[in-house]
Design a protein around this ligand. Structure first.
Ligand code: NAD
Length: 494
């Protein structure tokens, strides 16, 4: 039986409390997991602080840190089969999604290494500098000890997005995985040890609300990076206000998918399915509100319903599975509750709306792809479900689509489908959301920022913005004037 221990100060440690981690597809035990005590968590923070001030980490140059990131990327690739299998077992990811996740995690570390090599940690501002008076520089320096908390839907990718910029910036961290999915981050810990990351730079623990809260209370933490629900994100921001810790938040979404009357219908239909069914709808950027222009609405609706019948809900290890189970019973109940609310509110159910059951399906929690016709008054127009449920709305024209797309407290992602990229781009610019795809969905580029407007978050991950989120900027003033008579001294302020 696999055992997941705490990773503190470069060592794998046991704790006095353990729990069993289960496979969402069949409820089989995946691992025995060590749950940290408050004291373990404090020790992890102490280790991160000691590492932050250690001369080894402070003096490590950018080239060496970039080499570490590249080495991690290579090791992820070497262990791709094992990581894929574990991600499938631990999180219920389909094989296809897990393969993509492992690839994306490896590629993120590699791309980040390239960005790091080019990043200017010291920039002279010529316009602010004046010969004979001063030279002025911007210097980027690591924020300090971080606390990072991630959810269960993309365990390896989320860990990579958090750990990458910590290493790149010269910060240190205690990362808490979701209690439901602690396995692949632990493999990442093995990898970081193998490539020679100094001890204490990255510490990994797991746990739930109590462990997360205890970690964040520690006054040594200078920055909190959280990915999860908007509800918890708000609490975290309130807590961080006490010591004015830096905060990055990647939160929930209710993303809009807009199909224009000049779209390639068969591509847009598949795009709409992929947008909301990827990982059983348990993706923060899921396209769960579909807006279709009036002119093509009937034709599109008919094609979509027909295509939904082809979607293969299946066990995750089957290579042909489109999507598998939802995470657990709690998630299943939440989704079914939203389905029932929608039925009660009179939203027209066009497909699915029930559990997928029988045989292997009864060992996990599977839900049929579900389509409702909705208006902005329906609950599921406004609230994040995090399951395979889509709400479709007819719109008069693109202006109404933009208006309704922006009618949300969220603003994480979205897409526009059209054969006219300029028309689509014009719409994309008006959407209040952090990512917009045109004739595409879910694909991310590690060199580009990802994050949300409004209640979908604060700050960005990946891209240069993702690195800067772990850096403080310092103004360095160097006097260029050593003759006292030429220097204005105090009279400069009068
Ligand atoms: P969640 O907010 O319940 O939990 C997320 C993490 O926070 C878990 O590790 C959990 O143990 C921890 N946590 C919970 N309460 C806490 C508290 N009071 N203090 C400290 N830590 C606490 O979310 P979830 O159910 O695990 O994940 C689903 C949510 O995550 C969805 O809303 C989804 O949209 C969001 N998400 C966002 C992104 C993004 O990049 N924007 C990515 C993935 C998931």
């Amino acid at each position: 039986m696999r055992e997941i221990k705490l990773f503190i100060n470069g060592e794998f440690r046991s704790s006095s409390k353990t729990f069993t981690d289960h496979n969402p597809a069949n409820n089989e035990v995946v691992a025995i997991v060590h749950l940290p005590s408050d004291q373990d968590i404090d020790q992890a923070v102490d280790a991160a602080e000691a590492a932050f001030y250690s001369t080894e980490w402070r003096n490590m140059d950018v080239t060496k840190r970039a080499e570490l990131l590249e080495a991690i990327s290579e090791k992820i690739k070497e262990r791709r089969t094992e990581l894929t299998e574990l991600e499938v077992a631990d999180s219920g990811s389909s094989l296809r999604k897990a393969k993509a996740d492992v690839h994306n995690a490896a590629s993120y570390f590699k791309v980040l290494a390239g960005q790091l090599r080019k990043f200017q940690f010291e920039i002279k501002d010529e316009s602010a500098s004046k010969v004979g008076f001063s030279h002025n520089y911007k210097i980027y320096a690591p924020v300090g000890v971080c606390a990072q908390i991630i959810p269960w839907n993309f365990p390896l990718v989320m860990a990579a997005w958090k750990i990458g910029p910590v290493i790149a910036s010269g910060c240190t961290t205690v990362l808490k995985t979701a209690q439901e999915t602690p396995v692949t981050a632990s493999i990442l810990a093995e990898i970081m040890r193998e490539v020679g990351l100094p001890k204490g730079v990255v510490n990994i623990i797991t746990g739930g609300v109590h462990e997360g809260e205890h970690l964040l209370k520690n006054p040594k933490i200078k920055k909190v990076a959280f990915t999860g629900s908007t509800e918890v994100g708000k609490k975290i921001m309130q807590g961080a206000a006490k010591n004015l810790q830096r905060v990055s938040l990647e939160l929930g979404g209710k993303s809009a998918n807009i199909v224009l009357d000049d779209a390639d219908l068969s591509i847009a239909v598949d795009g709409a399915l992929y947008a909301f069914l990827y990982h059983s709808g348990q993706a923060c950027d899921s396209g769960t509100r579909l807006f279709v222009e009036e002119k093509i609405y009937s034709e599109f609706k008919e094609a979509l319903i027909k295509r939904m019948g082809d979607v293969k809900v299946g066990i995750p290890t089957d290579a042909n599975t489109g999507y598998g189970p939802v995470m657990n019973e709690k998630q299943f109940n939440r989704i079914m509750n939203y389905i029932n609310i929608s039925k009660k509110e009179g939203a027209k159910l066009l497909f699915g709306g029930e559990r997928q059951s029988g045989g292997e399906f009864d060992k996990g929690f599977y839900i049929k792809p579900t389509l409702f016709e909705i208006t902005p008054d329906h609950t599921i127009f406004n609230e994040e479900i995090f399951g395979p449920v889509l709400g479709m709305t007819k719109v008069k024209d693109e202006n109404e689509a933009i208006k309704l797309a922006n009618k949300s407290v969220y603003g994480l992602a979205g897409a526009v489908w059209s054969k006219n990229p300029e028309r689509a781009k014009k719409i994309a610019r008006q959407l209040e959301t952090g990512t917009v795809w045109i004739n595409e969905y879910h694909l991310l580029n590690p060199g580009m920022p990802f994050g949300g407007y409004k209640q979908s978050g604060l700050g960005r991950e990946m891209g240069e913005e993702g690195l800067k989120a772990y850096l403080e900027v310092k103004h360095l003033w160097v006097s260029d004037c050593d003759e006292r008579t030429k220097k204005p001294w105090f009279d400069a302020i009068f």
